[in-house]
Every structure is written in C-alpha cells, then in structure tokens.
Design a protein around this ligand. Structure first.
Ligand code: ZN
Ligand code: ZN
Ligand code: ZN
Ligand code: ZN
Length: 320
C-alpha cells in the first residue's frame, strides 16, 4: 500500500533545487552564528565532550541516560528504561543487578552543558544536561511534521525537504505568487466526509504556505472550511496575513487572518475554526444553479505585515 511506502520516504537530504537553496540561505542568515552567546568551551578541560557523551550513553539502548542512572555491583551503568527490561541481570557482566544508583554519574551529568541535539540543523543553544531534553521538545530547529492532511504521514524534515516531499509524494499543486483564485468543484455536495480535503502550496516572500480546503461536519451541520498554514514557526508566521473571499450572486464572505504555523496540526487548526467557514446552504447558494453541484470560487491574498517582529503579538487560542 502507498501508505507503507511513505514511511520509508526519508527527508534527511534536502533537494538541490535553486529555490530550496534560496530558502535555506534566508533561514540561516536569520539566526545568529552558532555559539555566539557562549564560548564553545563547555566542558571541564582535560576531558573531551565525546568522553562525557559516551559515559552518559546507555550501553544497552545508546540513549542518553537521565536520573535515576543505575549500575551493577561491578559498576556497569544502564538507563532506567533498560533496567526494567533486563530481568535484574547486568547486560554487560551478567551479574545480578540489584538496585544501585550511580549518583556520581548523575552529578557529572548535572554539571554538563551540551549543545541542543538539533545543533546540526542550526540550533545555536547550549543547555545544562537536564534541561536540554525539555528544550529539544520545543526547539525551533526540530524537524517539522509533514503538513499533508487526510493520511497518516510520518515524514519529518526541514521546510525545503517537506516542500519536495509534498510535490513528489503527495502530488500537491504548487503555485508561485501571493494571490490566488481557486475553484472547488464537487459533483455530489450532499456527501460531506471528513476525508474531503484539498491542499495547495503557495510560494511567495521566499516562504511556503499551505492552503487547505475541506468539508467536515460541524455539530449536525456540514460545512466547508478554508485556511492557510505557514511552513515555518509560529513566531515567523505572525509576520504574514491572508484574506480569503468566497461569494456569488451579489453576496460574499471575507475572512482575514494570520496563517497558523504547521507546528499546529491540521486538525488543531480546523477544530479551532481559525479560517473561512462556509455553511453548506451558503456554499450551495454561492454555487448557483440547481444545487446539485458544489462550485465555489475562492480568491485570496497573502501579504507581509510591516510590524516589529519583536512585538509580542499573541494568537488568542495559543496563549494558555
Ligand atoms: Zn538504556
Ligand atoms: Zn555489570
Ligand atoms: Zn535547539
Ligand atoms: Zn507526507
């Protein structure tokens, strides 16, 4: 099945397209040089960082160890996850494991400062060992999930890689420019299923945007919804606005908003109704004719806001 093949689609290497290179250049110039705020000498002299890394790597699963770190009577260490799996036998020397914590190593870990694991993707941050994990969960440089909706796609990667993936693997339509004029036609508008959706990718201002259009059930009523997502982080998405317009017969609906980051799942955006919502009766009215066919013309525009990027604008339903 196609979905199984998708899982093997790696997004490790980015495409060599000219556009992609431009994006990467724009992204990297946007961030300070690595280690600009702190000196790179982050471990006590005499012992290289690799040694510490190796010490704190669980010899069984090779993940970084966090307290409680365990050891056997002979001093072999292992992580708490592995400890529960080895049936009280040290995986290194096969002796009985017991319940000994390795406080010394826990203390060493505490004193360490290590670069974020997305260092190679451009993150310049350095953290104490124990807060590193927390940061990595929200790091701006962590890979993005594939923004395609309607299927379980497990591909992750940076933006240029995901754009290539959307185009090649999901066969998504790509458009260049900041205005659009789309026609959505559906022959049987009575069928409103969650699976009905469309995605178009727009390239403008050197960035990529996902325009979603879909039909779903809102309470008892079927509705259509269109919204835009920004392929980048939430902070940066606030620099852009968009408008959507749909209408016919002398009536129109206009939506103006800020694109949501693709860090927010497609479903989360949809469930927060952060977009143009068209009731089915209105949609059929806009379609004209005998209401047998859905024909919606959605026009839209994306623009860049002239605001200070440091001003703390807040999307209401994102601020808890
Ligand atoms: Zn382990
Ligand atoms: Zn042992
Ligand atoms: Zn980071
Ligand atoms: Zn995908």
């Amino acid at each position: 099945m196609a979905t199984i093949e998708m899982e093997s689609v790696g997004c490790i290497s980015s495409s060599a397209g000219v556009e992609d290179e431009e994006i990467q250049a724009a992204v990297s110039s946007h961030h300070p040089q690595q280690y600009s705020s702190k000196p790179p000498n982050i471990v006590p002299s005499g012992i290289g960082p690799t040694t510490f890394h190796e010490l704190l790597e669980c010899p069984v699963c090779t993940n970084s160890m966090y307290p409680p770190i365990h050891q056997c009577h002979n001093g072999h260490t292992l992580c708490s996850t592995c400890k529960t799996r080895v049936h009280n036998r040290c995986p290194t020397c096969r002796q009985e494991l017991g319940d000994i914590r390795c406080l010394a190593l826990e203390k060493v870990a505490e004193s360490l400062e290590l670069p974020c694991k997305y260092h190679s993707l451009g993150c310049p941050e350095i953290f104490p060992y124990y807060s590193k994990l927390k940061h990595e969960g929200v790091c701006n440089f962590r890979p993005y999930n594939c923004p395609y909706a309607g299927s379980e796609c497990s591909v992750t990667g940076d933006i240029p890689c995901l754009v290539t993936h959307l185009r090649d693997d999901h066969k998504v339509d790509m458009h260049t420019g900041c205005t659009f004029n789309h026609r959505y036609v559906k022959s049987n508008p009575r069928e409103v299923e969650n699976a009905t959706w469309m995605l178009t990718v727009f390239h403008c201002f050197g960035k990529y945007f996902c325009l979603h259009f879909e039909a779903f059930q809102l309470g008892m009523a079927p509705v259509y919804m269109a919204f835009l997502r920004f392929m980048g982080d939430e902070n940066e998405s606030r620099n852009y606005s968009y408008s959507l317009e749909v209408g016919a017969n002398g009536r129109k609906l206009i939506w103006e908003g800020t694109p949501r980051s693709i860090r927010d799942s497609h479903r989360k955006v949809r469930d927060s109704h952060d977009g143009l919502i068209i009731q089915r009766n209105m949609a059929l009215f806009f379609s004209g004719g005998d209401r047998k066919e859905l024909k919606l013309r959605v026009t839209g525009r994306i623009w860049k806001e002239q605001q200070n990027p440091d001003s703390g604008v807040c999307i209401p339903n994102l601020c808890s």
